[in-house]
Design a binder for this molecule. Structure first.
Ligand code: ATP
Length: 258
């Protein structure tokens, strides 16, 4: 007997996003099929302009795809109106950004409690405290972000991303602003969110070392899925990324010559 497939926390089916029209149209996403099984950590890589940010925006319901479907925890959210999509973003999706995006005038604890507050609920204090403990900041609960290091701020942001127990955590270059030792700690924390909490993490990164923390790496090129590496090593990821960068540069050169 074969095991039943692991359900997807996030799925893109034939996802397309075009900007502009006619001969000047840009296919930022051009028929992307990707499924992110629940309880897995996936890195998304690709040359500049390959569609990574557009993919995250469409997956999160920030941007509307031009075609195809987005499913969050099995529910098709593609045609939801702005109200429902904004609720989806608040309650079912956790975000981690390169520049942390914490509220500077709120303490660490208040920042973590913000998503439920924005949803009109009183944050569960024990849960907020538990998450601060999980990310190693139990003793910094009353500190403002300005009194925390970059790595500590990103830990607060990760706790905030987890507070609603989202279907998926979307991380956009979460270590881009951190030194390499701090970055490793943050990546280990994202890994622990998957291994110990059963969370699903999708992380856009340019860094092969960061990508090697994931279970799999998906490569985009020209808005399409251009490859995948399971159980990635930094060397394997760097080699594939370099190949895609070379190809993108070659195509750009040809476009300029034409
Ligand atoms: N609002 C927009 N209007 C027009 N074109 C856009 C817009 N947003 C993105 N694009 C184009 O879509 C393509 C994909 O862009 P996207 O930002 O998703 O790439 P990326 O892989 O995230 O790049 P980077 O690694 O540089 O952040 C690019 O050609 C970009 O110029």
């Amino acid at each position: 007997m074969t095991a039943p497939p692991v359900p997807f926390a996030l799925e893109a089916q034939g996802l397309t996003r075009t900007f502009g029209a006619g001969t000047g149209a840009v296919y930022a996403l051009d028929g992307v099929d990707l499924g992110f099984p629940r309880g897995t950590f996936t890195a998304v890589m690709g040359p500049s302009g390959s569609g990574k940010s557009t993919f995250l925006s469409c997956a999160a319901g920030i941007d509307r795809p031009s075609g195809g479907r987005v499913l969050v925890a099995g529910t098709d959210v593609t045609d939801w109106d702005e109200d429902r999509r904004s609720r989806l973003r608040r309650e079912r999706i956790g975000f981690v950004f390169q520049d942390f995006q914490l509220m500077p005038y709120l303490t660490a604890e208040q920042n973590v409690g913000l998503p439920p507050r924005l949803a009109g609920r009183r944050p569960d204090r024990a849960r907020v405290r538990g998450l601060l403990d999980l990310v190693g900041l139990a003793d910094r609960a009353h500190h403002l972000p300005g009194r925390l290091s970059g790595g500590q701020r990103q830990r607060v942001a990760i706790a905030r991303a987890l507070v609603t127990d989202p279907a998926v955590v979307l991380a956009d270059e979460p270590t881009g602003a951190l030194d390499s030792a701090t970055a490793r700690d943050v990546l280990a924390l994202l890994r622990a969110c998957v291994d110990e909490l059963g969370q699903t993490v999708v992380m856009v990164t340019h860094d092969p070392v960061a990508a090697a923390y994931a279970d799999a790496v998906v490569f985009l090129a020209d808005g399409r899925v251009a490859g995948r590496i399971e159980a990635p090593t930094a060397d394997a990821v760097a080699a594939r990324a370099a190949h895609l960068d070379d190809r993108a540069a070659h195509l750009d050169e040809r476009a300029v010559r034409r």
